[in-house]
Design a protein. Structure first.
Length: 156
């Protein structure tokens, strides 16, 4: 069973560029919760320090059958990346106005993976333009669907 959790707000709040796959260090209960889909990626981001990458502010619900009261559901979790990838990310963070945000948490081959994207913050006008484009696309799709249904009725 492959579970997947998306960060829908990431594409709304940021322009997403280069995507990168990373492993994540979890405890046993966190793995079971992640497989069950009990992960929230809103307001989470990637922090780089001391040559390591960490996932900050990602909420993984406590496992309901094995609750450990000492565990923090929003603790920083280490990301498993190659040294070259971390160095490239560090250079990109230093040179531009961007950040790295997680866009997806998923399981593959019994491993929990996080998809990270290079993100440039959107301005309010960019967000409004995106909403307008989506509304226009939705209206045209609805119009075409109705037109297609009417054409079928006229044909019969």
């Amino acid at each position: 069973m492959a579970s997947s959790v998306l960060n829908k707000k990431a594409s709304y709040n940021y322009f997403l560029k280069d995507h990168l796959e990373a492993g994540i260090v979890l405890t046993g209960g966190e793995v079971k919760s992640a497989r069950a889909g009990s992960v929230t990626l809103e307001d989470s981001y990637v922090r780089i320090g001391n040559g390591e990458a960490f996932l900050v502010n990602c909420y993984i619900a406590p496992y309901k059958y094995g609750f450990d009261p000492s565990s923090d559901p929003r603790r920083e979790r280490k990301l498993l990346l190659k040294t070259e990838e971390i160095e490239r990310m560090t250079v990109q963070l230093a040179s531009k106005n961007l950040t790295f945000v997680p866009t997806k948490v998923y399981t593959t081959h019994n491993l929990i993976k996080v998809e990270i994207a290079q993100a440039i913050p959107k301005k309010k006008t960019d967000k409004r333009d995106d909403l307008k484009k989506k509304a226009v696309a939705r209206e045209t799709e609805e119009f075409l669907r109705k037109d297609k249904i009417n054409a079928r009725k006229a044909k019969d």
